[in-house]
Design a protein around this ligand. Structure first.
Ligand SMILES: Cc1cc2nc3c(=O)[nH]c(=O)nc-3n(C[C@H](O)[C@H](O)[C@H](O)COP(=O)(O)O)c2cc1C
Length: 185
């Protein structure tokens, strides 16, 4: 299925796996998708906005109130045009915000405003992923209609082996393509 001119919104929260998201965004751009990236302030500690701005050819929004180019609010304008929204990596903190329906930063506010299908690709330390609170939050957001692409077992950047590795960029690309070809589109 062609991704040409499909509006794909990528959210990036603050985990090391953000470097994989740069590869995903590059693949989407090469497939001629129209890609927007929104980052949490913590995510910008891992990959700079300049990388995603260059890969997408679009500015990268990071804050609810800072952007002069979105008079209606970035959370509204960016959410409205998205055909699909994928948050990768999704941190424990982001998942917790979404489970609560919180809207205290741009990414969580945007998530509440999105009416398109939403996917998240969690990435975190294995002990974090196993915590009952995190699993409870994941179950809650799944029950609320958000698709969770389960993290995989393997080498984690905290130099441990366990479950918490974000799914690879190639796999995420295929999943986004499949969901856009699905019945909701
Ligand atoms: C080096 C480093 C790596 C981190 N990796 C992760 C991670 O993979 N997953 C996660 O949930 N939090 C991770 N964190 C913690 C988050 O960055 C932190 O909870 C932050 O507040 C998340 O903010 P955000 O959800 O607004 O992006 C990491 C922190 C540091 C310093």
């Amino acid at each position: 299925m062609s991704l040409k001119n499909r509006e794909i919104l990528i959210g990036v929260s603050g985990g090391i796996a953000a470097y994989k998201t740069a590869a995903l965004v590059s693949k989407l751009a090469q497939a001629e998708a129209a890609v927007s990236v929104v980052m949490t302030p913590a995510a910008t500690k891992f990959v700079g906005t300049a990388t995603f701005a260059a890969l997408t050819g679009r500015p990268v929004a990071t804050r609810t109130f800072s952007s002069r180019q979105y008079p209606l609010g970035a959370h509204i304008e960016i959410a409205q045009r998205a055909d699909i929204f994928c948050v990768a990596p999704a941190t424990a903190n982001f998942i917790s915000n979404v489970a609560l329906g919180a809207a205290d930063d741009l990414l969580s506010t945007l998530t509440l405003c999105c009416t398109c299908p939403i996917l998240i690709a969690p990435a975190m330390n294995a002990a974090m992923w196993e915590k009952p609170a995190v699993q409870r939050n994941v179950q809650q957001i799944q029950a609320d209609g958000i698709e969770c692409i389960e993290p995989q077992e393997g080498w984690l950047s905290c130099r441990q082996v366990g479950t918490g590795r974000m799914v690879e960029a190639d796999a995420l690309f295929e999943i986004i393509q499949q969901r856009l070809a699905g019945p909701n589109h």
